[in-house]
Design a protein around this ligand. Structure first.
Ligand SMILES: [Zn+2]
Length: 120
């Protein structure tokens, strides 16, 4: 069927317009052109190796650490254990649970040296 400028497109009823190669339906052309595009690159699958429970534990622990900091509690094994025990209570509903590496990460005998002038 010969397309005539101004006649409605049989597919979408949009009037044909004049193009370089004769009358055409711009609406159907755009639709066709979009279908020619290569498929969008598939999004990278979210890495499944995130341990969300540990992430949550860190957030809970952070909350208790902030409270201990506000109370001027020293950063030592006693405070760390208290924070860990409260975290364990919240996360696991357990009392008096210590977490691994606590003794290694907190060394009150060798506190981090503060050198130079502290600006506050
Ligand atoms: Zn059309």
């Amino acid at each position: 069927m010969q397309k005539v400028v101004g006649q409605p497109c049989p597919d979408c009823n949009t009037p044909f317009i004049q193009g370089q190669k004769g009358a055409y339906c711009k609406s159907c052309y755009i639709k066709w052109k979009n279908n020619q595009q290569p498929a969008a690159v598939a999004p990278q699958p979210i890495k499944a190796d995130v341990d969300w429970k540990e992430v949550g534990r860190g957030k809970v622990k952070h909350g208790f650490a902030i409270e201990a900091f506000k109370k001027d509690m020293p950063l030592d094994v006693k405070t760390a254990t208290l924070i860990n025990n409260w975290t364990a209570f919240v996360m696991d509903n357990k009392l008096g649970t210590q977490y691994p590496d606590e003794e290694q990460t907190i060394t009150p005998e060798e506190p981090a040296a503060i050198s130079g002038n502290v600006p506050f």
